[in-house]
Write a protein that binds this ligand. Structure first.
Ligand code: PRP
Ligand code: URA
Length: 209
């Protein structure tokens, strides 16, 4: 079974509480999502492999650590996942970006895939799938399916707010994919919204309804 990490860092919790407030406008919402994404990226990359390289400082030659091995890709699930990309890129500027376009049918809540564009060497990269909301889990499962179909083998899922059913659904479908979230909420309402949640993440990020 994959690992679920719920971040209890005070800064992450504080910032998540701010954006849950329905009175927070688009500009502040977008800025804070960006900040939370950076803080989460710091923890999510904790297990990246390192190796020793020789460095010539102004006064000595020394062996020091550098990132080794796997290259990274960040793959947002459109639209809302886009809001987390820049924050992660601040820490991992060399990562490649893929895009998976998906929306939930409002009646059935089933995800509909409309776009997939990934780095060519996705099979050689560790992939960070990002989406602020993990509700039924349908979108995340389908996005991870799309990645695996194209050869990706090492995948992590990063979300801001998750419902228990969404976590369970992803873990069942993809037991090899670890999930990182800032908030594990209570349940879904009859429209598939996370309760208490933060509303529609895409609409709040982009100022649409
Ligand atoms: C939201 C969210 C996830 C999905 C989560 O996207 O960003 O992708 O719903 O729901 P699920 O776990 O039940 O699949 P939405 O379909 O609203 O599209 P948007 O990002 O374009 O607003
Ligand atoms: N998608 C959202 O944007 N918010 C939810 O609460 C559920 C799905």
């Amino acid at each position: 079974m994959s690992k679920l990490t719920v971040f209890d860092h005070p800064l992450i919790q504080h910032k998540l509480t701010i954006i849950r407030d329905k009175n927070v406008g688009t500009k502040e919402f977008r800025e804070i999502v960006d900040e939370i994404a950076s803080l989460m990226a710091y923890e999510v990359t904790r297990d990246l492999p390192v190796e020793d390289i020789e460095v010539q400082t102004p006064v000595a030659t020394t062996m020091q650590k550098t990132l080794a091995g796997k290259k990274l890709a960040i793959v947002p699930i459109l639209r809302a996942g886009l809001g987390m990309v820049d924050g992660i890129m601040k820490l991992i500027p060399a990562a490649r970006i893929g895009h998976i376009g998906m929306y939930r049918d409002e009646e059935s809540l089933e995800p509909v895939e409309y776009f997939v564009k990934l780095p060519e060497d996705i099979d050689q990269r560790e992939v960070l799938v990002v989406d602020p909301m993990l509700a039924t889990g349908g979108s995340a499962v389908m996005a991870i399916d799309a990645l695996k179909k194209r050869g990706a083998t090492k995948i992590k899922l990063i979300t801001l707010v998750s419902a228990p059913i969404g976590v369970e659904t992803v873990q069942k479908a993809h037991p090899d994919v670890d999930i990182y979230t800032a908030g594990l909420d209570d349940e879904l309402n009859e429209h598939g919204y996370i309760i208490p949640g933060l509303g529609d993440a895409g609409d709040r990020l982009f100022g649409t309804h």
